[in-house]
Design a protein around this ligand. Structure first.
Ligand code: HEM
Ligand SMILES: N[C@@H](CC(=O)c1ccccc1NC=O)C(=O)O
Length: 290
């Protein structure tokens, strides 16, 4: 350093001659821009607080971002299900690892909403009327695709026939886990015939032949590597899903305590019961036998 040069604040230094943006396209009067491609006018016009309370923007954006991530999770889950059905496990692994990351993202997202206090939420809760996440059709489709089927959950969508019928179709199709079980049978494992052609509209029910098949996979992972990887991906997904449910009920307790929900359920008590749901029962059971 030259001792004659007075020290300067680095933040006030003159800009270098070129910062690399001089050739950037700046005129979008005749071509598609960022905002055009992403339909940002539509996206950013969709946050419409009703209460006039400052924190309602947080509440809406938290839900919009969750619904967008759910949209992507469903896109991946639907495709992964078809890949498993067609014995194409490599692309399914790619999609399931993305689903895992998406779930991690929405689990972490609860930290932002946890800055909402009961005092602030109470000011806007009245504006929500009887609307509730209980009526999220994308959430319900995720549950159905993972095998937590319940025909009653179609009812909140009766007033929207296209959504109702799409969910009813998913209810009647095999879940991702049903497809994994059918794959086990195609790979030569003895699976109870009734499990392979069950009434798909019901929830996954524990089956001893399925547990025995997964147990064989876990006892010889090298022999059944792709099935082993599929099983662990499913366990990862259920793990994340449980974390999501847990953060939800904890946030709900911190914000509304044990009030009944706007959707008409018992609120935190109902959500706590949902923590007992097991999506892939045999994958948890087999671990006791290893
Ligand atoms: C202030 C924050 C929140 C509160 C107080 C809250 C409260 C509740 C309550 C009480 C229920 C039970 C249904 C009812 O009777 O209303 C519920 C369900 C639900 N909420 Fe939230 N929630 C909050 C944030 C969120 C967020 C950010 C999401 C993300 C999309 C979400 C999604 C859901 C879903 C999907 C259900 C249905 C769960 C099931 O049926 O298992 N909630 N919520
Ligand atoms: N069920 C919540 C309301 C609620 O959280 C909510 C309302 C409208 C849209 C999404 C919501 N989020 C999750 O349930 C409550 O009882 O306060």
């Amino acid at each position: 350093m030259n001792e004659d040069t007075p020290p300067t604040c680095p933040f006030n230094s003159p800009r270098p001659a070129s910062e690399g943006w001089h050739d950037a396209k700046l005129d979008f009067s005749k071509s598609m821009s960022y905002g055009d491609y992403l339909q940002l006018d539509t996206l950013l016009a969709a946050q419409k607080p009703l209460s006039g309370e400052h924190d309602e923007m947080l509440f809406i954006i938290q839900h919009h971002t969750s619904e967008l991530w759910m949209k992507l999770a469903l896109h991946e889950l639907r495709a992964a299900l078809l890949c498993v059905r067609n014995d194409e496990l490599d692309p399914a692994f790619k999609m399931l690892s993305r689903v895992k990351r998406i779930f991690e993202q929405i689990v972490t997202g609860w930290n932002v909403l946890a800055t909402l206090t009961p005092s602030d939420y109470t000011l806007m809760r009245g504006s929500l009327g009887s609307s509730s996440g209980f009526q999220s059709h994308q959430y319900r489709e995720i549950e159905f695709r993972l095998g937590n089927k319940n025909e009653q959950m179609l009812k909140p969508h009766a007033h929207r026939p296209e959504l109702h019928d799409a969910l009813a179709t998913v209810l009647a199709e095999p879940s991702l886990y049903d497809e994994a079980v059918r794959l086990l049978a195609r790979r030569g494992f003895e699976i109870d015939a009734a499990r392979l052609e069950r009434d798909w509209t019901g929830p996954t029910v524990y089956d001893a032949t399925v547990e025995a098949a997964w147990l064989a996979v876990y006892r010889e992972p090298r022999r059944y590597w792709d099935l082993y990887q599929l099983a662990e991906d499913l366990v990862d997904i259920e793990d994340r899903f449980r974390q999501w449910r847990f953060r939800h009920v904890t946030t709900v307790e911190r914000i509304i305590g044990f009030k009944t929900g706007t959707g008409g359920t018992s609120g935190a008590t109902y959500l706590r019961k949902m923590l007992d749901v097991v999506l892939f029962p045999e994958l948890w059971q087999l671990r006791t036998q290893l």
